[in-house]
Design a protein around this ligand. Sequence first.
Ligand code: CUA
Length: 297
Amino acid sequence: MEFTEELFYFFLIIGSIIFIMVLFYTAYFSWKFRQKHPEKVPPQKKDNTLFELGIIGVAFILVAIFFGYTVYGMESIQDIPPDLEPDLIITGHQWWWEIEYPKDHFYTANEMHIPKGKRLLVRFNSEDVVHSWWVPQLARKMDMIPGQDNYMWLEAPEEGIFEGNCSEFCGAQHAHMKIQVRVDDSETYTNWKIRQQEAATSSGDSLFLTGKGLFQTRTCASCHTTDPNNKEPNIGPNLAHFASRDSFLSNTAPLTKKNLEQWIKNPEKLKPGTKMPNLVLSEDEVTALVHYLEQLK
Ligand code: CUA
């Protein structure tokens, strides 16, 4: 049993005992001291100082035990040796997730992959306001605080797609800051990792080249990079393998041609409050950009 589970059952059992005692004595005394002679005023009991102090003492001791046990638990689950390099660095942004694999030197966004059954050290931080990373089926919550590194062990016992959401209010799109963790078997993970480390390969057709040029000249590149090994400018998500993901807008919209066109034409409409400006692009420019982005696999 994990310590957090142990702590939960400890609280549950002690709490249940107290709850049952309160119910029992409430019922028992209601019956025992029920009104037997309506005409008479019942005898008035005097204060019992010793009894009252005793009750306060018992409550104090119980709270002290809960407190001590919790603090001990916090220490024991945070058993992170100093100077240990993290396997993953997850940074919260308004409103997307930056994911860095420092040991393999690449970056991605929103959709993260991890190998099954491997204990990973994750470092959390935030670029702007407080966010909170939470995938309930995989791990506990972890706050992401600007300027403060928080650490957590993450280990997924089973393959699958695990979803979560930011759980600390962080502005207009807080509820649309979905997390997606894909737990792969070791071979699938390795293949994914190798692909992610290299730049996307493309057909290099003329529309692709037009789109690629527009990505630079129409200032997309001031916020996004398409280099998997480079973080900057890091204002918007890393798009190196954008088209390899199933969804975008922090995992809230399926990655389809239509959604992508709508997004580029008017970002504010799909994601109110977004930092991505409306660049008032022509239909041809949108077509070329979408064609370019769709090849970033
Ligand atoms: Cu990020 Cu709420």
